[in-house]
Design a protein around this ligand. Structure first.
Ligand SMILES: *[C@@H]1O[C@H](CO)[C@@H](O)[C@H](O)[C@H]1NC(C)=O
Ligand SMILES: *[C@@H]1O[C@H](CO)[C@@H](O)[C@H](O)[C@H]1NC(C)=O
Ligand SMILES: *[C@@H]1O[C@H](CO)[C@@H](O)[C@H](O)[C@H]1NC(C)=O
Ligand SMILES: *[C@@H]1O[C@H](CO)[C@@H](O)[C@H](O)[C@H]1NC(C)=O
Ligand SMILES: *[C@@H]1O[C@H](CO)[C@@H](O)[C@H](O)[C@H]1NC(C)=O
Length: 250
């Protein structure tokens, strides 16, 4: 009678521990490890929240170059680097002006602000060595880079400017703010006025940090609850072992 009781208890314990085991095995398949987020950067979104870069963005959209940029960001191994002038750079641009450029010239001018490869600020030394560097406008649309004590300076003949802040720099997309609109010789010619008009104000804008809202999803609670399950399992096995020993002893 007593032995039957012990057997029943043992079987009960065995049953409950094996069901616990099933729970342990089952739980990982219910919550698989989060896959790395796809590296999709919505350039329209990015340019509309930073800056302000509304003028550049509206040129990108009116010329449809935004699709070329987004495609380069989405679908290439190389990625993209954009140099984006602030609205003020466009509004202070008087001579030459962009007002009577053809659609085709405007398109090239916008493409001239992009390199078909992702570059970090640290890569600017490479760009200096590789200058003149081809832009996404192709052909004679090249830029010269120089590294002046860690700051990237960019020259187009008409324009000498520098990177004034890093808006976004995560492979495959880099977006850097520049102080002036890059004017290509391929559009405006090589008859460059000797002294460019003094820039209105040397504005070092506050760094617009990239909205990197991709923190790792919280996964701590399932882990701690499975810990508890495991310790319950151990306890059950302990009870089982003790009662098993009791059976043997009897
Ligand atoms: C990118 O962002 C813009 C503006 O928020 C939105 O209109 C557009 O649908 C987005 N594109 C994609 C592919 O998510
Ligand atoms: C870029 O990728 C997003 C998300 O996968 C997609 O919605 C969008 O249409 C793509 N755009 C281009 C130009 O490839
Ligand atoms: C733009 O128009 C002005 C006169 O309206 C002219 O002097 C100038 O040469 C034009 N610029 C270009 C790039 O066609
Ligand atoms: C920059 O140059 C270094 C060495 O010269 C090279 O290892 C690195 O890959 C280059 N980076 C880019 C983005 O080309
Ligand atoms: C770029 O640099 C090369 C070599 O130093 C020079 O010949 C060329 O004129 C420069 N181009 C511009 C647009 O500054």
């Amino acid at each position: 009678m007593e032995i039957t009781m012990i057997f029943m208890v043992s079987i009960l314990v065995l049953f409950s521990s094996s069901s616990t085991y099933a729970q342990i095995v089952g739980s990982p398949s219910l919550s698989p490890a989060p896959a790395p987020a796809p590296a999709f950067v919505n350039l329209t979104d990015l340019l509309s929240v930073a800056g302000p870069f509304h003028t550049f963005l509206s040129y990108c959209e009116s010329t449809k170059v935004i699709q070329t940029f987004q495609n380069q960001a989405n679908n290439t191994e190389q990625g993209i680097t954009l140099f984006v002038p602030k609205d003020q750079a466009f509004s202070s641009l008087k001579n030459p002006s962009l007002s009577n450029l053809t659609e085709e010239q405007l398109k090239s001018l916008i493409l001239f602000h992009a390199l078909p490869k992702y570059y970090t600020l640290a890569d600017f030394k490479n760009l200096s060595q590789a200058s003149p560097v081809s832009t996404m406008a192709g052909g004679q649309y090249t830029l010269n880079f120089t590294d002046v004590s860690g700051t990237g300076h960019i020259g187009s003949g008409w324009t000498n400017t520098k990177v004034s802040s890093s808006v976004h720099s995560t492979d495959p997309v880099a977006v850097y703010q520049i102080d002036k609109v890059l004017l290509p010789e391929a559009i405006f010619g090589t008859d460059i006025p000797p002294t460019p008009a003094p820039s209105p104000s040397p504005d070092i804008a506050p760094v617009a940090d990239s909205p990197t809202g991709d923190g790792p999803p919280s996964k701590s609670s399932p882990a701690s609850s499975s810990c508890r399950i495991i310790s319950w399992g151990i306890l059950n096995y302990l009870v089982l072992a003790v009662s098993g020993g009791l059976v043997l002893f009897l």
